[in-house]
Design a protein around this ligand. Structure first.
Ligand code: CU
Ligand code: CU
Length: 345
């Protein structure tokens, strides 16, 4: 009982309570409106804008400072639209994946000793077409054994778990995983060495997209991997994010076009918490669980996911402006998992 309470207190200290001690840490701060007034807004919208300007002193949760993507070696802004199709050789689609250890910054001033695939968290978004033969040349350049376990349909020998097939790939060793791209949909891959929670929590995961043979309608496609970071090793997360960096899309909103089809590949890999969720403000989306059917299951504004669950969201923004999206688990939102879409005309 005391432990839970302590956890909450220490989490709060990390973000909210840090204000007095270090301006470099994420703190409550005033969100200065970056958005200029758009032409042709209604009197009601103008009134809201006036109200917002008049109350700009009120506190909103966010981060002070900014995580330097160069120091991290990856940029959540790039990860959004970065699809790694590998290379095709002799009819086989192939990738080279390297596991390494790397210190990354997950919120301004908050460093985390991560384990990474190809230098980034989440690892590269691997993308293939239904029915292709895939080959992953995996090298473990870290000091612990690791694997790559893919969701999908394949032989046991290619499942990337300890004791079966290549099993654990020891430090300095390599293996090759080979299987067919099936079924189409949105999947994921992650390390499956033990202790499993640690290997996932450290950052060894990524999105894995198999496009249906006929493709999907053209869209502005975005990858969002919901994750968390246990920065004090108490087996609960102190930081939550989409694509690793807390409050990233508060500082630099996801820019999309009014009326354009936006397709979000949403994956939940959050360790230690039973659920995570995604909620978008002032809009609704079609939801395709696991992306394995071409007809949406839901038309909604909120989706809840356990670890390993994922799905495709399709939506269009009818109006310009800034629209929040965040975990509808309020604590996660306050600890980093919130952002904005910025819709331009
Ligand atoms: Cu591992
Ligand atoms: Cu899994």
């Amino acid at each position: 009982m005391g432990k839970l309470w302590d956890n909450k207190v220490s989490r709060r200290r990390l973000l909210g309570g840090a204000a007095a001690t270090s301006a470099a840490l994420p703190v409550l701060h005033e969100l200065i409106p970056h958005q200029s007034l758009h032409g042709g807004i209604s009197p009601a919208e103008a009134a809201v804008e006036h109200h917002r300007m008049a109350h700009r002193g009120s506190a909103h949760l966010g981060a002070v400072g900014h995580v330097d993507p160069k120091a991290n070696g990856f940029d959540p802004q790039v990860i959004l639209r970065d699809f790694d199709e590998g290379r095709v050789r002799g009819g086989v689609r192939e990738w080279d994946i390297l596991a390494e250890e790397k210190e990354i910054e997950v919120a301004p001033g908050v460093k985390y000793a991560a384990w990474v695939y190809n230098g980034r968290v989440p690892g590269p978004t691997l993308r293939a077409k239904e029915g292709e033969r895939l080959r992953i040349n995996f090298t473990n350049a870290a000091t612990h054994p690791h694997t790559m376990h893919f969701h999908g349909i394949h032989r046991a020998l290619m499942d990337g778990i300890p004791t079966v097939g290549a099993g654990n790939v020891e430090a300095g060793e390599s293996t090759v995983y080979e299987f067919d791209a099936t079924p189409f949909g949105l999947h994921l891959y992650h390390c499956h060495s033990t202790p499993l929670a640690e290997h996932i929590a450290k950052g060894l995961y990524g999105a894995f997209i198999i496009d249906p043979k006929a493709g999907r309608p053209p869209a502005d496609e975005l990858v969002m991997v919901m994750n968390g970071f246990d920065t004090n090793f108490d087996r609960s997360n102190e930081i939550y994010a989409v694509n690793t960096v807390a409050f990233e899309y508060m500082d630099r909103p996801v820019r999309v076009k009014r009326g354009e089809l936006v397709r979000v590949y949403l994956v939940n890999v959050t360790e230690f918490d039973p659920i995570n969720s995604f909620h978008v403000h002032a809009n609704f989306f079609d939801f395709f669980p696991t992306g394995t059917r071409l007809e949406p299951r839901d038309y909604t504004d909120t989706v809840v996911m356990g670890q390993g669950e994922r799905g495709i969201l399709e939506l269009r923004f009818p109006y310009t402006g800034k629209y929040m999206f965040h975990a509808h688990v309020s604590e996660f939102a306050e600890l980093g998992w919130m952002g904005f879409f910025e819709v331009t005309g």
